[in-house]
Ligand binder design. Structure first.
Ligand SMILES: Nc1ncnc2c1ncn2[C@@H]1O[C@H](COP(=O)(O)OP(=O)(O)OP(=O)(O)O)[C@@H](O)[C@H]1O
Ligand SMILES: [Mg+2]
Length: 417
């Protein structure tokens, strides 16, 4: 029987560092260790700003998950985030290598995807993902996997996600200094999409929005694949700051009030439509014991509206307005903000839902929250890579995958349906 493989994902966020360890077999991903949300240090708006502090936080998160799982980890999948992330769509074309059967091989596919990467990306940038969106064989488009088809000319449309080499190098440095190798990096938006979007949503056209503490990462999907990504340097922390200013409270208290409001709303202890009700804040030691909910929602809604307006602007800049009929899926810790669904619907005028991570079993209680989408996504991403490309990792003896197949195939095959 194939041996299970241990996969570790670390989401290096601006607010929290969370690690998840899973045991992956050919048909099941079982979470065996989680760190919970360890407070992030040395990371601001997705970027490393203090290596020593970040290393300590990463190590502490990793060790917690290792202790729970009872394993020692040597390599990890990590998220990469920050407004340095950019995207472009690129086309590649090659002649199919002549063979007896004139069938397209995996090597041809690797060559065409490599050809699509031959775009002018400055040396200060590093490619994070090359995602084939569509293959074209002798002018016939809409092909998801051309291997085995007959043809002489192979083309591909890809979406390339790239980031600042310096930012990426510093991130990798922190992880290696924490004593583990980086197996692969996954852009936070792609990781969260893996965990929360359905195939139908990706196919119809949908916008994934991950609202974190310091950033909001977005990815637009069309016909099953990402077409546009960007990271806005704004997030849930700004909502807490607004509340702190508006209520003349300390930032920590404002954060707690925000979370209490959303928790109470989730438990239906308050009705957001009855905005005149008073909200009890007596436990926070403010000058007052209660605050009008009307005021709280005014402050929160204003910031949420700004976040969604900026998202709308990004989407219109790339002509995607009205082209994403499955609407918006909001995830990340910020998706728990009271009223987020209502404000997304009101501002973007599309169907909206809150995305909670799916696709794993085992110790899921701690990760069944929008804030864990990215970390669960890294596990799903890693599992897809192993299942599609290097089945060798499962010690399977079917022998249908050769070690010699270039890494590029492993990477992009994880995106195929
Ligand atoms: N119950 C809640 N109600 C409202 N906001 C919440 C709740 N829980 C968490 N948040 C907010 O979510 C934000 C953190 O989200 P998340 O954990 O996804 O961030 P992160 O991944 O560390 O940051 P980033 O992705 O920006 O680097 C914080 O601003 C926090 O206040
Ligand atoms: Mg995040």
């Amino acid at each position: 029987m194939a041996k299970d493989k241990i996969i570790t994902g670390i989401d290096i966020g601006s607010t929290k560092i969370s690690t998840t360890i899973a045991s992956v077999s050919e048909n099941k991903i079982s979470v065996i260790g989680v760190s919970g949300n360890v407070e992030s240090k040395g990371i601001k708006k997705g970027n490393v700003v203090d290596i020593d502090a970040a290393v300590e936080a990463i190590l502490s998160s990793l060790e917690r998950a290792e202790r729970m799982a009872g394993v020692s980890v040597s390599s990890v999948f990590i998220t990469v985030n920050g407004s340095h992330i950019e995207t472009l769509n690129s086309h590649g074309v090659v002649a199919v290598s002549p063979t007896q059967s004139s069938e397209i091989t995996q090597e041809d596919v690797a060559r065409v995807v490599e050809a699509a990467q031959a775009v002018s990306i400055p040396s200060t940038r590093e490619i994070i993902h090359v995602i084939p969106r569509d293959f074209i064989v002798d002018s016939q488009d809409g092909i998801k996997d051309p291997v085995g088809m007959s043809g002489v000319r192979l083309e591909v449309e890809t979406n390339i996600i790239h980031g600042s080499s310096t930012a990426i190098r510093n991130l990798v440095k922190c992880v290696t200094q924490a004593g583990v190798d980086v197996e692969e990096m996954v852009y936070t938006g792609i990781a969260s999409a893996e965990a929360v979007l359905t195939d139908t949503e990706k196919e119809l056209g949908t916008l994934l929005v991950d609202i974190g503490g310091g950033t909001t990462s977005i990815v637009a999907f069309l016909e099953g694949s990402p077409v546009y990504s960007c990271v806005l340097p704004i997030g849930g922390k700004l909502i807490s700051q607004d509340l702190a200013i508006g209520l003349r409270a300390r930032l920590e208290d404002a954060e707690k009030i925000k979370i209490k409001l959303s928790n109470d709303a989730a438990l239906k202890m308050i009705d957001p439509s009855k905005k005149s009700d008073e909200f009890d804040v007596s436990e926070f030691g403010l000058e007052v014991d209660s605050i009008s909910k009307n005021l709280l929602y005014k402050i929160i809604d204003a910031r949420l509206e700004e976040i969604f307006r900026l998202i709308a602007l990004e989407i219109s800049k790339v002509n995607l307005t009205g082209k994403l009929p499955a609407g918006v899926v909001v995830t990340g810790g910020g998706a728990l903000t009271s009223g987020v669904e209502r404000m997304a619907k009101y501002t973007l005028k599309v169907p909206t839902r809150i995305g909670v991570p799916k696709g794993v079993t085992g110790l899921i209680d701690e990760i069944q929250s929008p804030g864990s989408s990215a970390v669960v996504g890294t596990i799903l991403y890693g599992s897809n890579l192993i299942r599609s490309g290097s089945l060798l990792s499962f010690e399977n003896n079917k022998g249908n995958m050769k070690k010699s197949i270039s890494k590029i195939i492993e990477k992009f095959k994880s995106f195929l349906p």
